[in-house]
Write a protein that binds this ligand. Structure first.
Ligand SMILES: Nc1ncnc2c1ncn2[C@@H]1O[C@H](COP(=O)(O)OP(=O)(O)O)[C@@H](O)[C@H]1O
Length: 265
C-alpha cells in the first residue's frame, strides 16, 4: 500500500447536498489515512478498527457509537432511534449522515486528520454520498462464518464503567468444503469489570438475525461498489485477536510500520 501519510494537495473543505442530505467532509490536506471498515454485525469491525486507529494515530469513528451516544443522551431523536436499533433496522441515511457530519466537523475543529470509519457506509446511498465528498483510500472487508457472527454477538459484553468490549463466547467452527476450521477463545474482562458487564439491547438472537439479513440486503452492494473501484481488501479472520491481528497488519503492509517509523525518526 502507498505510504501511510499520503500527501494530498490542499483543497477547500467540501460539502454536498444530495437528495436533501447535507454532508460536510473535512478538507483534503496533508492528511492521514481515510479508511473504511466493512463487515457483518459481530465480525469485529470495532475491535480491529480501534486497534488500527491507535496504531496509526487516527480517530476511530463508529456510526453505531454515534447512534448509541445519541440514544444515551435522551435528545430529541432518542425514542425514534431506540425503536429502530432494537428492531435491528437501519437508521435513516439522513439521520446517520447528520450524526457523522457533526462528528467529522467537531474532529476537524480539534485538528484531527484522517479516520477509520466503522459501520459507515452501510447503504449504496451512503457510499455514493461519501464518494462525492472525500477520498477513501482503502476499504477493509472483514469476514467470518455466519455461525461465528451470531455467537460473537450473543457473547458480547461491555463494561458499563470503563466502556471496554469483551466476549464470553468460546467459538469453534468446523472446516467445510476445503475452508479451514476456526477456534476463537473468549476475550474475558479483568476481575474489576466482571460485576459491571452489560449486554447491548440489540444483541438478542432475533435482532442479530435481522441485522445479518439487513446487512446482506443493504450493505453487500456497498462491498461491490468498492470492489469495482479497486479499493476493497477482503480479509478472512483466521481466529481471535492473537491470530488475526498480526495477519491483518501483514495484509495492510503495516507489519514493519513501527520499524520504518523509528528508522525515519
Ligand atoms: N451507517 C449506518 N446506517 C444506518 N444505521 C446505522 C449505521 N451505523 C449504525 N447504524 C445503526 O446503529 C446500530 C448499531 O450499529 P453497530 O454498532 O455498527 O452494529 P453492528 O454490530 O450491527 O455492526 C445498527 O443496527 C443501526 O441501527
Amino acid at each position: 500500500m502507498a505510504a501511510i501519510t499520503r500527501l494530498i494537495k490542499r483543497t477547500p473543505s467540501l460539502s454536498c447536498v444530495a437528495r436533501g442530505i447535507s454532508f460536510h467532509a473535512p478538507p483534503r490536506q496533508d492528511r492521514n489515512v481515510q479508511w473504511v471498515f466493512l463487515g457483518c454485525p459481530g465480525v469485529g469491525k470495532g475491535t480491529y478498527a480501534s486497534r488500527l486507529c491507535k496504531f496509526l494515530g487516527v480517530p476511530h469513528i463508529a456510526t453505531g457509537d454515534l447512534v448509541r451516544h445519541e440514544l444515551a443522551s435522551d435528545g430529541p431523536l432518542a425514542s425514534q432511534l431506540s425503536e429502530i436499533v432494537n428492531q435491528g433496522k437501519l437508521v435513516s441515511d439522513e439521520i446517520i449522515i447528520s450524526l457523522l457530519s457533526k462528528r467529522l466537523a467537531d474532529g476537524e475543529a480539534k485538528g484531527e486528520s484522517g479516520f477509520i470509519l466503522d459501520g459507515f457506509p452501510r447503504t449504496m446511498k451512503q457510499a455514493e454520498i461519501l464518494e462525492g465528498v472525500t477520498d477513501i483510500d482503502l476499504v477493509v472487508n472483514l469476514k467470518l462464518q455466519e455461525e461465528a457472527l451470531l455467537a460473537k454477538c450473543l457473547g458480547r459484553r461491555i463494561c458499563n464503567q470503563c466502556g471496554g468490549n469483551f466476549n464470553i463466547a468460546s467459538i469453534s467452527v468446523k472446516g467445510e468444503n476445503g475452508s479451514p476450521g476456526m477456534v476463537m477463545a473468549p476475550l474475558l474482562p479483568p476481575e474489576h469489570c466482571m460485576s459491571k458487564l452489560i449486554t447491548r439491547s440489540d444483541d438478542t438472537e432475533a435482532v442479530v438475525r435481522e441485522r445479518l439479513r439487513i446487512y446482506n440486503e443493504k450493505s453487500q452492494p456497498v462491498e461491490e461498489f468498492y470492489r469495482s473501484r479497486g479499493k476493497l481488501l477482503e480479509f478472512d479472520l483466521p481466529g481471535g485477536i492473537p491470530e488475526s491481528w498480526p495477519k491483518l497488519l501483514q495484509a495492510l503492509n503495516l507489519d514493519d510500520y513501527e520499524e520504518k517509523q523509528s528508522a525515519a525518526a
